[in-house]
Design a protein around this ligand. Structure first.
Ligand code: NAD
Length: 499
């Protein structure tokens, strides 16, 4: 299918795809596929006011009824999976199965949120006073801004939106300026769910298009109590303090620099499979991509030999082809940053395997690269920096203590893992003195999380949690209630105040 047909099948009309100021390019061949209208910054106050109005109605709707909207969204997503997945491939360059996988993730979080809509509960707490009861109630907070990155152009919106909606919060979505079409296509699906639902307030889920200036209007507004922002640490370092400065609630999901420790006892063949998928999948453009391999010195050379052999057989090319495993990088600037990082790694004493620009057998105009392995003498500044491309830095270690110290000695704290068959090592890695990341795995790679767990990371990754477990609490306010059903008025801590 050509790009016009893909966009049409996703419900986007010619009028919506032309006549604007924001040029959208496909990373497959760099071609301009649309020129869309951007939101006028002067419209932002009215958009935020509309969300506030929607909030007043939505917060009164019982949570299980709010869940019904999310159930319908899940149904509509199931019906549109192929069409939306194809737009993800066209606009973000993901291989076909990963484009579809991203939509599956949206469906999964809808299922989770529907169940959650009947499980929003607080504690009851023993009161120290006779005839008193204490409890916690969770209430909706208000409009939630969702600012998303190019590399998960639809899933991250759904993680936030499915939870925010059942929690009683309207959503204003500002997608990456590199991937607005997937957002527009997702809104078509949302609109179908809203129509079937019937009585959702107008402005419950809105989409705004543009770059950082549009994002900042949300970040700076006191009428947007929650700002969930996914992207680079640089972006988070601007957004986080601004939201905190006005006492808003930030949910920050920022850069990662994820590692795997491979111990002498590891199942090496399994480790190789996990390494290749986590380091190379999505062309190294996942926040959870494996970027650092910390291998025991007794097995390191053997592991690198197996990896370089596996890397040599990876099909790089058009992400629409069923045989391709490595699609394009998002743009040429990203390719140039990868090449510059490899040069720096060499200057720091690294030995680089692969990593070359691929020009043959791929669509012209796209940024295609061979994934790279860089054997490093130690953890240098380049290794500590997240370069959003398929570069795997390899370092050696002798003791587990040393390996954990290397794993933790980076500014980011998103995902991590250990391959070992030694129970003491696995438990030490997961202990308080082990990995300092938000995600720590044993015998699986650091990428490809399921929606059932809370997702997010520590340190410069921002501390936010989204998706499963009790991440929903980030979208609500907690109220502590004390109820006196006695005829006395005893004060806490035995204080006397008789008059
Ligand atoms: P980016 O930081 O360039 O942009 C992300 C979003 O932030 C975009 O929508 C952008 O317009 C917006 N933005 C930028 N500056 C802003 C500002 N000052 N105010 C408000 N909004 C602003 O990131 P990217 O290149 O699109 O994505 C790649 C990065 O995202 C990587 O660092 C990756 O690790 C990270 N990421 C993290 C997670 C996670 O869950 N931790 C998930 C996906 C991506």
């Amino acid at each position: 299918m050509n790009h016009e047909d893909i966009l049409k099948a996703a419900g986007l009309t010619g009028g919506e795809l032309s006549g604007g100021t924001l040029a959208v390019h496909s990373p497959i061949d760099g071609a301009e596929i649309a020129r869309i209208r951007e939101t006028d910054p002067s419209d932002m106050p009215a958009i935020i006011a509309k969300a506030q109005d929607a909030f007043k109605a939505w917060r009164q709707m019982p949570a299980p009824r709010r869940g019904e909207l999310v159930r319908l969204l899940g149904e509509e997503l199931r019906a549109a999976k192929a069409e939306l997945g194809a737009v993800v491939t066209l606009e973000a360059g993901k291989i076909t199965s990963e484009g579809l996988g991203e939509v599956q993730e949206m469906i999964d979080i809808c299922d989770f949120a529907v169940g959650l809509s009947r499980q929003i509960y607080g504690l009851t707490i023993a009161s120290e006073r006779p005839g008193h009861r204490m409890m916690e109630t969770w209430h909706p907070m208000g409009p939630c801004a969702v600012i998303t990155a190019f590399n998960f152009p639809v899933a991250v919106w759904s993680w936030n939106t499915a939870l925010a909606l059942v929690c009683g919060d309207p959503v204003i979505w500002k997608p990456s300026e590199k991937t607005p079409l997937t957002a527009m296509a997702s809104m078509k699906i949302m609109e179908r769910a809203l129509k079937r639902f019937g009585d959702a307030p107008e402005g419950l889920v809105q989409l705004v298009i543009g770059g950082p200036a549009i994002g900042e209007a949300l970040v700076n507004s006191k009428d947007v109590p929650i700002v969930s922002a996914t992207g680079s640490t640089r972006m988070g370092s601007i957004v986080g303090p601004k939201v905190a400065g006005r006492f808003g609630k930030p949910i920050l999901e920022l850069g990662g620099n994820n590692a795997m420790i491979v111990a002498p006892s590891a199942d090496i063949d399994m480790a190789v499979r996990a390494i290749v998928f986590s380091a190379v999948g999505t062309a190294g453009q996942r926040c959870t991509t494996l970027r650092r391999l910390i291998a025991h010195n007794s097995i390191k050379d053997d592991l690198v030999a197996k990896l370089t052999k596996a890397y040599a057989s990876l099909p790089v090319g058009d992400p629409r082809k069923s045989t391709t495993l490595v699609g394009p990088l998002i743009d040429h600037a990203s390719r140039d940053r990868m090449q510059a990082a490899l040069e720096k790694a060499k200057a720091e004493g690294g030995t680089v395997h692969g990593g070359k620009v691929v020009a043959e057998g791929v669509p012209q105009g796209g940024a295609y690269v061979e994934p790279a392995i860089a054997e490093m003498p130690k953890q240098t500044d380049t290794v500590r920096t997240e370069t959003f491309a398929p570069i795997l830095y390899v370092m050696g270690y002798d003791t587990l203590e040393e390996a954990i110290a290397i794993q933790n000695d980076v500014p980011q704290g998103l995902s991590s893992c250990i391959f070992t068959l030694n129970m003491r090592e696995a438990e030490a890695f997961l202990s308080a003195a082990g990995s300092d990341c938000g995600i720590a795995n044993v015998n699986i790679g650091p990428s490809g999380a399921e929606i059932g767990g809370a997702f997010g990371g520590e340190k410069e990754t921002g501390g936010g949690r989204e998706s499963g477990s009790d991440a929903w609490k980030g979208y609500m306010r907690r109220q502590t209630n004390t109820i006196n059903y006695s005829a006395q008025l005893p004060l806490a801590q035995g204080v006397k105040f008789d008059f």
